[in-house]
Design a protein around this ligand. Structure first.
Ligand code: PLP
Length: 361
């Protein structure tokens, strides 16, 4: 039976050669490969700086610290996102103020005004599943209310909002290289992209024990550095990213065409060039379909089954959590179908054939 994975990290001979080259260089942490990867990532995102760290969770934490996020601050975020996206602000003592999503599964910008309090300092839209959030509205409200915007681009590397690369429009944008993501490094990794020299500088110091010079520590930092072997791997993957994103768009267009009328397919708004980190359908008999596809070698996922405002870790520490009807309903119906940069149309056809068979078509 053919196995079709939900996602796939990129490995080829070029990747293996790059890893070998880094191994043989004798330099393993924050050296030439990391420097080059940072320069290439910044260029790809169209920002002045890209700062690597051991994961995006780590990078976001350092970003929040560098921005001075602290106890009592509130940040508006969609509840429907990876839990990892909201942990860093909570470690800084801030409170995530959860809002609902719109039809794109991203933050509903129309709910922002109501969520703002005197303690609100910023908004963190998440370009979920690779689809850019409604940024014009987010920035309009942020500007009016003097709030910062940080873009969570973990799932959207290379996506565009009205022609601008996501991660280049807010104070900073965060990217993840986790093995299922659009850009992979064969392990964990992440980066923060920004045009702000001071923020970039501070994150660079914080990730490396608060120093610029080897034995002069200007602040209390951490060891949340990136490594040379993964940077070498990432540099190769980055050269393929645009082509892989194009392929994801091709697979999504095929799914849209084959599945329309059978399931609710994901929308792509006029402002968006989405990069389909996930291709998420919405259906009534979700668990049955997922089981049926699994029996036939097709892996699916649910991103995410429990909204963050309902997570035990959150209900334990925060009171007055909102009711978010759209989010609370959609989690029962969403199903992520296989999609990745190297997926073939033949594989997508197999997935669609089985879905059609499930519906007796
Ligand atoms: C939306 C979102 N934000 C943040 C993260 C955290 O990234 P990382 O796993 O690199 O820490 C992820 C990935 O898991 C994510 O999907």
């Amino acid at each position: 039976m053919q196995k079709i994975p939900l996602s796939k990290s990129f490995v080829n001979d070029e990747v293996k050669q790059a890893a070998l080259r880094a191994i043989e260089s004798g330099w393993y942490i924050l050296a030439k490969e990391c420097e080059a990867f940072e320069a290439e990532l910044a260029k790809h995102t169209a920002t002045k700086h890209a700062v690597l760290s051991s994961s995006l969770t780590a990078g976001m934490y350092l970003l929040h610290l560098a921005m001075g996020l602290c106890s009592g601050d509130e940040v508006i975020v969609p509840s429907h996102t990876a839990f990892a996206g909201i942990e860093p602000m909570i470690h800084c003592g801030a409170k995530p103020v959860f809002v609902d999503v719109d039809d794109t599964y991203c933050i509903d910008a129309e709910q922002l005004e109501n969520a703002i309090t005197p303690r609100t300092v910023g908004i963190m839209p998440v370009h979920l599943y690779g689809h850019p959030a409604n940024l014009d509205r987010v920035f309009e409200i942020a500007k009016k209310r003097n709030l910062w915007v940080v873009e969570d681009c973990a799932q959207a590397q290379g996506a565009k909002y009205k022609g601008n690369t996501v991660g280049s429009m807010g104070v900073a944008g965060g990217f993840s290289f986790f093995p299922s993501k659009n850009l992979t490094v064969l392990g964990d990794g992440g980066c923060i992209c920004t045009n702000d020299d001071k923020i970039a500088d501070k994150i660079r110091m914080l990730r490396n024990h608060g120093r610029k010079e080897k034995y002069t520590h200007e602040m209390i930092g951490f060891n949340l550095r990136f490594n040379e072997v993964q940077a070498a791997v990432g540099r190769v993957a980055l050269r393929h990213l645009d082509a892989f994103n194009q392929n994801r768009r091709k697979i999504a267009a095929y799914y849209n065409e084959r599945l329309k009328g059978m399931v609710k397919t994901p929308p792509e708004m006029s402002w968006a060039t989405a990069v389909y980190h996930m291709y998420v359908i919405s259906i009534d008999r979700r668990d049955e379909l997922s089981k049926y596809l699994k029996q036939n070698g097709i892996e699916t996922g649910i991103h995410y089954p429990v909204p963050n405002h309902k997570q035990p870790a959150i209900t334990k520490i925060f009171n007055n959590l909102p009711r978010l009807p759209k989010t609370e309903k959609l989690v029962d119906n969403i199903l992520s179908l296989p999609i990745h940069g190297e997926m073939s149309l033949d594989e997508a056809k197999v997935v669609c054939d089985f879905i059609a068979k499930f519906y007796g078509k």
